[in-house]
Design a protein around this ligand. Structure first.
Ligand code: J2J
Length: 537
């Protein structure tokens, strides 16, 4: 597809020959499961349970309705749905049509959604009416007015002036387009470091392979019950092995709308959940909550923690508290996923972020001159393999920087390889804040800040936080009057920036420290704010 870099032909042939790419589309995968496991439950919510056959039937009917609206192969459709059954119906219906979901998160707001729709030239936007106290409809209206390609806004729930998702389930034959496993299946979001999130084109072949390997490593079977704690559009709960891995295995997904122990703990007991995945701050909340509650967690075999560094002190507490195995997951929407193995020694599980899931993952850990460093030394992680992209969607210039000439992705993660082949994440060499697993591209927020009349210049850096790992701090050089943090925050909110990107703290300064090359020294800014926080303590 235009704008989607792909693997060189020889390498693609090699991955096929080696059996990594099996030639199956997502549409075929679900169809096969529905044939094999028809009556088994695939999705459970608080009040609904649907079988594989029912899901397949609903998907086919929805595909017809979407086709009647004019959604065709290669059309982009921005999907912003929370952890609901509708999410699955929508994405599989789009896969059926060869149309590409663009996976927005429920926390995204006008600024992000407008950009995803515009940049991907989306034909449709599919959202819930309300979620977590937010009404998506006014935002949808503004986006529709702004983006000329956007023909349809489809809403799940109270629709007002928009198209109702419920009305799109049609009993008519589908004109099945020719979708190939080598086609791009969807566009996933990158955390971003320069400017806005880049879009990540993942093919059926490559993503399916990532599910197969994840299932092997996580020992998923048709008896597995996966609880969704994170928003399922995120790559981790979607595929590592997440909800799609669970469907691949023929298992069952239990949909929790969020991560709160009040909702999740009773579900684990009632639905006999076997595996769930979360980011470190949620693990900390669960570790606290379990102290004062008693539930039968005997079904739980694995708690996965990933998305941000999980401290060894907290990692140690998982097994004693929950009586199950901890699995650390260090992955990225661009591809590569590392897991600690379920039978790894305790030391490895607690102190490392695991190792690549596939023997075909190629890893290089390099210094600033791209020379490989010795085992035990810290360097930037570069990777290439059968499920790691070769370039972002429509980002030719950026791709030259983010990928080496021979196709390795520059992760921007600083890691150390240990003697046993495992990897420990030591830091980051990208202009990004990892706020408890939620990624903030500094430049994106800085650009918003520059639009404020009292901001002359802005630099955003991370500051240490015992709960989230990192929070964001905006250093601002004022133009005229200094504003309060509250004013700055509400300015960004009004511009429609997702809440997690809004700086937790604002520091007004007269100038920024500079590097030898005359650039803003974010390293010194990070030091400045972390020293200040220590003093305050
Ligand atoms: C430290 N940093 C980590 C970890 C990710 C599985 C799991 C996570 C993601 C994900 C994912 C980390 N320790 N355990 O897509 O399939 C940071 C790194 C990495 C970036 C990727 C999956 N796990 N990270 O988090 O695309 O900096 O994917 O490059 O959101 O998160 O972020 P994202």
């Amino acid at each position: 597809m235009e704008g989607c870099p792909t693997w060189p032909a020889e390498l693609a042939a090699y991955y096929r020959e080696q059996g990594c790419w099996k030639g199956e589309t997502f549409d075929e995968m679900l169809r096969n499961r529905a044939e094999q496991n028809g009556d088994r439950i695939v999705l459970s919510t608080h009040d609904e349970h649907i079988s594989y056959a029912q899901l397949q039937e609903r998907v086919e009917r929805l595909a017809v309705g979407l086709q009647q609206l004019g959604i065709e192969k290669e059309d982009r459709v921005v999907v912003q749905l929370p952890n609901q059954i509708a999410f699955f119906e929508v994405i599989f219906a789009l896969f059926n049509l060869g149309a590409l979901p663009v996976f927005a998160l429920p926390t995204h707001r006008y600024s992000e959604i407008q950009y995803f729709c515009e940049f991907s030239e989306a034909k449709a936007y599919i959202a819930a009416d309300k979620h977590a106290g937010y009404n998506y409809l006014p935002m949808a209206q503004s986006v529709k007015e702004e983006v000329p390609t956007l023909q349809h806004v489809i809403v799940h729930g109270e629709v007002e002036q928009f198209i109702s998702l419920t009305d799109l389930y049609k009993d008519a034959p589908l004109e099945k387009p020719d979708v190939k496993s080598s086609d791009v299946a969807f566009l996933q979001l990158s955390g971003g470091s320069t400017g806005r999130s880049k879009l990540i084109p993942r093919t059926h072949d490559d993503y399916m392979y990532s599910l197969i390997k994840s299932n092997e490593v996580c020992e998923l079977t048709e008896d597995s019950v996966y609880l969704t704690v994170l928003p399922i559009a995120h790559n981790f709960p979607l595929s590592s092995p997440g909800v799609l891995g669970t469907i691949y295995a023929g298992g069952r997904i239990v949909l929790s709308s969020g991560s709160s122990p009040d909702e999740a703990f009773p579900l684990i007991e009632k639905e006999k959940v076997t595996i769930t995945g979360m980011v470190p701050p949620i693990a900390l909340i669960w570790l606290e909550a379990i102290k004062s509650r008693s539930y039968d967690f005997s079904s739980l075999q694995v708690i996965q923690v990933g998305g941000a560094k999980f401290s060894a002190e907290s990692a140690k507490r998982i097994r004693p508290a929950f009586g199950c195995q901890l699995q650390q997951v260090f992955g990225m929407a661009e591809g590569l996923v590392n897991y600690t193995r379920l039978d790894d020694p305790e030391e490895t599980i607690i102190h490392t972020q695991g190792r690549p899931m596939s023997a075909y993952d190629e890893i290089r850990i390099v210094d600033e001159e791209d020379q490989e460093v010795a085992i035990g030394e810290v360097g930037e992680l570069l990777t290439r393999g059968p499920y790691t992209i070769r370039g972002y969607y429509k980002a030719e210039q950026h791709n030259k920087k983010s990928f080496t000439d021979d196709g390795f992705y520059r992760t921007g993660d600083l890691v150390r390889r240990n003697g046993d082949g495992s990897i420990t994440v030591e830091g980051r060499d990208k202009d990004q804040i990892n706020r408890g697993g939620e990624k903030i591209a500094a430049e994106e927020v800085e650009n918003h800040l520059l639009a404020h009349p009292n901001v002359y210049d802005a630099a955003i850096v991370s500051m240490p936080d015992h709960f989230l790992g990192e929070r964001s701090c905006a250093f601002i050089i004022p133009k005229g009057e200094k504003q309060t943090t509250a004013v700055i925050r509400s300015f960004l909110e009004e511009r429609g920036l997702a809440t997690y990107k809004i700086p937790d703290r604002v520091e007004w300064v007269e100038s920024f420290p500079q590097t030898a090359l005359g650039k803003v020294s974010k390293k010194q800014l990070r030091q400045q704010i972390s020293d200040k926080l220590v003093k305050v303590k």
